[in-house]
Design a protein around this ligand. Sequence first.
Ligand code: ATP
Ligand code: MG
Length: 555
Amino acid sequence: MENETGSKNFIENIIEKDLAEGVYDTVHTRFPPEPNGYLHIGHAKSILLNYGLAKKYHGKFNMRFDDTNPTKEKTEFVESIKEDILWLGADWEDRLFFASDYFPQMYEAAVKLIKKGKAYVCDLSAEEMREYRGTLTEPGKESPYRNRSVEENLELFQNMKDGKYQKGEKVLRAKIDMASPNMNMRDPVLYRVDYVEHHNTGNQWCIYPMYDFAHPIEDAIEGITHSICTLEFEDHRPLYDWVVRELEYPHPPKQIEFAKLYLTNVVTGKRYIKSLVEEGIVDGWDDPRLVSIAALRRRGFTPESIQRFVELCGVSKADSSAEYAALEYCIRDDLKLKRPRMMAVLDPLKLVIDNYPQGQREELEAPNNMENEALGSRRIPFGRELYIEREDFMPVPIKKYKRLYPGNEVRLMNAYFVTCTGYETDEQGNVTLVHCTYDPATKGGNAPDGRKVKGTIHWVSAEDARPVKVRLYENIVDEEKGVYDKETGKVNVNPNSLKEVTAYVEPALMEAKGYDSYQFVRNGFFCADIHDSREGQPVFNRIVSLKSSFKLPVK
Ligand code: ATP
Ligand code: MG
């Protein structure tokens, strides 16, 4: 995870110190998602960070589903999460784990704490427990059940496990310190009763461990050394340390927190995405306007572009927000040399070359990528009638306009020089047809007499081009209003976030399959939609335009 300047991040410094001092002799990390939703760009940071550290220090990386809360978890998410992580380039090899497989060990761990006098069964209701807990400025009060004997606690905890109590009737709590300034240390709940079916263990258990108890145990069982999580768990670290210490693990793991990755004006919250899906504003969790990993993949982002983006963002302890433009920069830069540059006209206007012989046709040779010869070349059909972009012609040119207007000569990319001789309009004055003449001596796009033209425009042959559906996107968020409406709690949706047009494209593009991507010259990078493309009839999503305002930060 070396950043672009080659300096180390603070986690690498901690790890190297630990290795040097012999605190650990290896590095073992994990990514522990809860299978309760799709992964998003923020998770990618955590995945690539954990995986990258294990690789860098020749250690191990575990994939672990933190499935200790059965109410929200589903197998569907397990599969999508695995797919996304592999696609991103992180590989757990044979190290796939489920926290729920450790329920027996967690139960034993709880029994051990009870026997040490460090945990007790408490009968306070949730509401009473809240009252007893105190506040940030006032200490809490000890539960009247706090001093039950070890024997009584063992029996009651066994009864909890055996289903003798209703949900909420009893919980197991750690016996730590009701006066601790850290609220997390005020006898936190370790186990609760709940009668819900678990996606992995079915109805085997009716008690489930709380996250703060389960997580350090999971890490310790797997031999994790550096348990990397996000900043909101900083205040939970003393409890993490308490659990691994009291359970006397010989090589306890260490929790390290880093700041979450946020994107400005981007929706990442599960709750909000869920309502966008339910209201039909987006066509699913992988709608190309979203930033779930599946959505980014569908939009045409590559794993390399996301890796680069995450590296650019760096790893730190301070919350900050990255610009979506930085993500766009990364995909543009990644695809620039990798993808063929094809011609597609998104807003067609017909151009007739009046001196090109009627009925004549030819094929012109064009390099697939001027900057990367390895991509080879292709032949493009050319004829008397073409489509050009409507914006590439102006009856009356504005200042500095270099494209077609009456009397002006331009280059048709990879073809000939043409000079505009006139145009036709409909009754409303809209231009319907542009006339021009070509210079046969300029084949390939250069004049033998050395004369220059200022503009180069792209085109497709009207007879050979095929119509395809193309989707152009803007941010789903109305940036002027901000992401969320404070009153309704809903996303401020940009009504123009999706625009569909019929474009005319080179015939070669009709072979595109889902996820295939291309540059459409001057119009951006486009990717064939995985859901809506059919054999021989692709639908294209714009990944990103070619214009950028983003500048690489100078470090
Ligand atoms: P929630 O807890 O609301 O269900 P979550 O996004 O925290 O959602 P988890 O499955 O708990 O989901 O996350 C898995 C891992 O990804 C955790 O280690 C978490 O800290 C990390 N993570 C989550 N969001 C981000 C983010 N925006 N940036 C970096 N890491 C993140
Ligand atoms: Mg979480």
